[in-house]
Design a protein around this ligand. Structure first.
Ligand code: M6R
Length: 609
């Protein structure tokens, strides 16, 4: 996830672009850049670090010019650096491009382009676009962009300028957001409306595979076949703060709703409906390495630790390798048995959590190979690991982790499938079934998020309850722990996550009418057992909210409230079960009137031990 902007009109471009980028910083903040056209040349300025670094560098510089493009980056291909910051240029420096998304086939395109003599100056996937436009350019930028995007696989929102057409901006999109703002004698491009809301509320929302041709007085749209497309202007009503959160009241809610897209992005290029295997670029382990591992140790904290717990069930069942779990703060103090046949799997959204980093270093010191599952490109965890599989969740702003968790689960499922296949532990039928089910998870997440009114009623009913017990079994023990953590973090209600079978060994003593139990009741190996555990709670006057499958009729005989989620394999179900648990915590916290995005006593990234 990155933010792109473009401007053409009567104002000086630089301040408009910087202002727009400031409002898109929530989409990425590891480097930024702008390109402004003035006096027959395109001036490009970019810098690693937050936007403020670029803004300071430009302070007092008179760029002039009233047309330009800009970018704030959240690295996916290539670490955050000056060279990898956008805009990117072609060999001549005359074509300038900013991009949000992932070009999946960039490696093969780059090889071809290099073979034809193109010179690359960055590690990004984006730079291929500048060179493809350069090759296709014959005096018509819009046509060159159209031809270039015909060759791209993956997702993109692009803004492109060319020195030979100084009054023109060309934009295009596929699977990445892009809007065009219409002003009076000025027009704007952006990833999101807040970038230009201070100037206009008139917006074109652009469909996939559209090319937009923009100058200061007109905007035209064309399809991939080059034919004109009609796109009506809409008037938006949001204020600036609301718009930054995409119309959502809080970043947490926005991020919950971003999960279908984040899951798709995380799957992209790794799993496809046609391909028979999982492709894990960046894994850093050959098939031989995978076969030589005799144990996996997973190191993580908080929500990432809960993802690790579900991952343990996936890997043990599908790969038949023993998996040990450690909260990172414990690993280095317990003298773990780790050697060169151990794979340390390090999971972290930020990649900067001090305990997790210390655990990673300890595992390496003992000879383990290290594979990271991380959301921030170029972070310490990513840099210090032998291989990295990124979760393409985009920046997570709310302190309570949501989309990072479900994308971590997605990557863990991909690892389990790949390792299971390489080690011959998965039958082809089971492999194909799971891949098919994993493929439909983003769609199922969309389906759930489209309608969950009952859940809000449930949150209202319980928002003043004395406490919550979350119980689950198998991979959904992780769901129970994560559900309880979410409610503690933002609703400040005491909550325990427990293995349902353990209830009778102690926690059941807490059950009374002031305690609500959330039972994750997914059909699977231990479904009947969970039903018995629910009966034990009911027998003690406890109220039960069940998270259960859409078609589960049995559960209605047991629970007081049922939150229904689309069905999938039990091993993958923690991904979908996370959605109602996140939303329950969110709405309970909201009914209690809490500050949701920045809960008390917490920080987004814990960089101290
Ligand atoms: O950035 P990390 O994934 O390493 O962070 C680990 C935990 O600090 C984090 O998951 C924390 O538990 C979240 N606030 C939970 O919502």
């Amino acid at each position: 996830m990155c933010g792109i902007v473009g401007y053409t009109g009567g104002r000086e471009a630089c301040p408009v672009l910087l202002d727009g980028l400031k409002r898109l910083e929530y989409r990425g903040y590891d480097s930024a850049g702008i390109a402004v056209f003035n006096d027959g040349r395109v001036a490009v300025h970019k810098a690693a670090g937050k936007l403020s670094v670029l803004a300071s560098a430009l302070d007092g510089v008179q760029l002039g010019g009233s047309i330009g493009i800009g970018h704030t980056r959240w690295a996916t291909h290539g670490r955050p650096s000056d060279e990898n910051a956008h805009p990117h240029v072609d060999c001549s420096g005359e074509i300038v491009v900013v991009h949000n998304g992932i070009i999946e086939n960039y490696l093969s395109l780059k090889e071809d382009l290099v073979a034809r003599g193109h010179r690359f100056t960055s590690e990004t996937d984006t730079e291929v676009v500048a060179h493809l436009v350069e090759e296709a350019y014959d005096g018509d930028l819009a046509e060159a962009v159209r031809q270039a995007i015909l060759r791209l696989d993956g997702s993109f929102a692009l803004a492109v300028m060319c020195r030979h057409e100084p009054n023109l901006l060309v934009a295009a999109r596929r699977h990445s957001p892009l809007v065009v703002g219409v002003g009076s004698n000025e027009n704007f491009i952006a990833s999101d409306v807040p970038a230009f809301l201070a100037y206009t509320k008139r917006v074109h929302f652009i469909e996939d595979d559209t090319v937009a041709v923009i100058n200061r007085t007109s905007v035209e749209f064309r399809g991939l076949d080059g034919r004109p497309i009609v796109n009506n202007v809409h008037e938006v009503e949001w204020d600036a703060a609301m718009a930054e959160r995409g119309g959502y009241e809080h970043f947490m809610l926005k991020e919950i709703h971003e999960q279908p897209v984040a899951l798709r992005e995380t799957m992209r290029g790794r799993l496809s409906s046609e391909h028979a295997d999982v492709a894990l670029e960046g894994l850093g382990l050959s098939d031989e390495d995978i076969r030589s591992i005799d144990k996996i140790v997973i190191v993580a904290c908080g929500t990432a630790y809960h993802a690790a717990m579900a991952g343990k069930y996936m890997i043990e069942r599908l790969v038949r390798l023993p998996v040990e779990l450690d909260v990172a703060s414990e690993l280095r103090y317990r003298d773990p048995i780790i050697d060169d046949r151990t794979l340390a799997l390090v999971i972290s959204q930020s990649g900067e959590t001090a305990d997790t980093l210390a655990g990673l270093r300890e595992a390496r010191r003992r000879g383990a190979r290290v594979l990271a599952v991380c959301n921030v490109v170029g972070s310490s965890v990513a840099r210090e690991s032998g291989g990295v599989l990124y979760t393409y969740a985009g920046p997570e702003i709310a302190v309570a982790s949501t989309k990072a968790y479900t994308t971590q689960l997605m990557v863990l499922a991909l690892i389990a499938l790949h390792f299971g296949r390489v080690r011959g532990a998965l039958t082809p039928d089971r492999d194909a079934d799971l891949r098919r089910m994993l493929w439909t998870i983003p769609e199922q997440a969309d389906l759930f998020l489209a309608d969950y009114g009952d859940l809000i009623d449930c949150a209202e009913r319980y928002h003043n309850i004395g406490g919550f017990l979350y119980m689950g079994r198998g991979p959904n023990l992780a769901s129970a722990l994560e559900g309880a953590l979410k409610i503690k973090e933002i609703a400040y209600i005491h909550a325990e996550g427990y293995a349902a079978g353990e209830m009778k060994h102690g926690p059941i003593a807490m059950i009374d009418p002031t305690m609500a139990t959330v039972a994750v009741s997914t059909k699977g190996r231990t479904y009947e057992k969970v039903l018995s555990n629910i009966l034990e709670v009911k027998a003690r006057m406890g109220e039960v909210i069940a998270v259960a499958g859409r078609h589960d009729e049995e559960i209605a005989k047991y629970a007081d409230h049922i939150i229904r989620v689309p069905e999938t394999d039990e091993l993958l179900s923690p991904i979908l079960n996370a959605l109602p648990l996140q939303l329950l915590a969110y709405h309970v916290a909201k009914f209690r009137g809490h500050e949701i995005d920045q809960p008390r006593n917490l920080a987004k990234s814990v960089t101290v031990e």
